[in-house]
Design a protein around this ligand. Structure first.
Ligand code: CTP
Ligand code: ZN
Length: 154
């Protein structure tokens, strides 16, 4: 009975050939993750989004599968801003060849822009924000010194 249930669960979205699978995303945070990765209506590739699905570890979770995409380290760590327990699986020829646990660095250097529109870091240099608190998230811009919450960053 349990085996049958798992089989049905796995049929929601099939395995991908090449690309990335972002797993263990906090429930209902998939749209925020896509936004942080800059994936919007202009993205040409196939993206599968699963929201609020049962997970053995965390209750409900989201999963995002992006076909044909590779991911740089700073993109991977950006996910930690909205989903600190996410796992980024790199898939090649249907196999998971690398599994990254996302990690929120103390300092976000060139990872996100400062939400303050008039901040100097948006015009020159590399934006630098310091993580002052992980949960709930609080980051401070090193240029304008303003403090932002998760909602303000997403
Ligand atoms: N996956 C996929 N396509 C592939 C390989 C894997 O869509 N070709 C998906 C799996 O369905 C799963 C995730 O990528 O959602 C991670 O795969 P895997 O490491 O095989 O699963 P688990 O061992 O369960 O992962 P974890 O231990 O991180 O929970
Ligand atoms: Zn700033």
């Amino acid at each position: 009975m349990a085996a049958k249930k798992k089989e049905e669960g796995e049929m929601r979205v099939k395995k991908i050939e090449n690309g990335v699978v972002i797993d263990h995303v906090n429930a209902s945070k998939a749209p925020a993750v896509l936004k942080l990765l800059g994936i919007d209506s202009t993205f040409p590739g196939t993206v599968s989004i699963l929201m609020n699905i049962p997970s053995a570890k965390f209750g409900l979770k989201d999963i995002i599968k992006i076909e044909g995409k590779s991911m740089a380290e700073n993109e991977i760590n950006r996910i930690a801003l909205v989903s600190p327990h996410a796992t980024v699986n790199i898939v090649k020829d249907y196999k998971v060849v690398k599994k990254h646990a996302v990690k929120l660095p103390e300092k976000l250097e060139g990872v996100i822009r400062c939400p303050n529109a008039i901040c100097i870091s948006n015009r020159e240099g590399v934006p630098r924000l310091r993580v002052e608190q992980q949960s709930p998230l609080k980051v401070r811009c090193e240029y304008c010194e303003r403090v932002f919450t998760e909602e303000q960053l997403a």
